[in-house]
Design a protein around this ligand. Structure first.
Ligand SMILES: Cc1cc2nc3c(=O)[nH]c(=O)nc-3n(C[C@H](O)[C@H](O)[C@H](O)COP(=O)(O)OP(=O)(O)OC[C@H]3O[C@@H](n4cnc5c(N)ncnc54)[C@H](O)[C@@H]3O)c2cc1C
Ligand code: SF4
Length: 207
């Protein structure tokens, strides 16, 4: 199994943990009893960086579309990992982020010397190609109520100042109902089920 596939079998973002994780695995490494521990964190980052540099990190497209829509609130590493898994499972996923850019503390907390933002952006490009929709600048509870989010609609009467497109994860899409905002009935133009074979799936990769 290629090393990058092995890493991604259990970790969505090894390029991030390879830079940011405090590496408790190394202090637990049995080699550390009488020798320097295996430099797991450094190996992890190197494999991930090499995979990106060589174009081995490709979109992993779902083999089928489930027809279900999921809203992920918050675009930090937790939200991004959940969104990537759910998108790959075939769900239509929109990530809502109140900040103006995607990434949470990866973007606006952790300084560049620990995490160059191009590393984050490269992963976001893969996620976008996989089909995850990103909606920065939308605060759930302010721009869209939790109730509306649960229903999957934003009644236009509640936000007369906010046109459909502003809160829609599919800008340029085609709402099929007047109240539709981000549900499956609001599809991007040209939306079609994925037809090409997915790249090696997580399950395949781990076998
Ligand atoms: C300076 C700094 C350095 C750090 N360095 C490290 C490190 O080296 N290693 C490490 O492991 N960890 C580090 N951390 C911690 C790490 O960044 C966090 O543990 C991690 O980002 C938490 O991820 P998260 O997805 O849970 O939340 P966050 O990254 O906080 O993301 C949550 C996102 O949700 C959005 N949001 C919240 N409510 C709403 C809403 N109602 N509507 C829309 N959007 C909403 C927020 O705007 C935010 O962008 C550091 C943190 C800081 C501040
Ligand atoms: S550095 Fe070690 S503990 Fe941290 S994510 Fe990698 S393997 Fe896990």
């Amino acid at each position: 199994m290629p090393p990058a596939n092995g890493l991604h079998a259990t970790n969505n973002f090894p390029e991030l943990t390879g830079r940011l994780c405090p590496a408790p695995c190394e202090s637990a490494c049995v080699l550390g009893i009488n020798q320097p521990a295996v430099t797991i964190k450094r190996i992890e980052q190197t494999i991930a960086d090499e995979a990106f540099a060589n174009g081995w990190i490709e979109p992993e497209l779902p083999g089928r579309i489930s027809g279900k829509t999921v809203a992920v609130v918050g675009s930090g590493p937790a939200g991004l990992a959940a969104a990537q898994q759910l998108t790959r499972a075939g769900h239509t996923v929109a990530v809502f982020e109140r900040d103006d850019r995607i990434g949470g503390l990866l973007r606006y907390g952790i300084p560049d010397f620990k995490l160059e933002k191009e590393v984050l952006d490269a992963r976001l490009r893969q996620m976008t190609a996989e089909g995850t929709k990103f909606r920065p600048g939308v605060a759930i509870g302010r721009d869209i109520s939790w109730t509306e989010l649960g229903r999957g609609t934003t009644p236009s009467s509640s936000r007369p100042d906010r046109p459909c497109r502003a809160s829609c994860p599919f800008p340029g899409g085609m709402p099929t109902a007047s109240t539709s905002r981000w549900t499956t009935s609001c599809r991007p133009t040209g939306w079609s089920p994925v037809t090409r074979s997915p790249t090696r799936s997580r399950q395949q990769a781990s076998t």
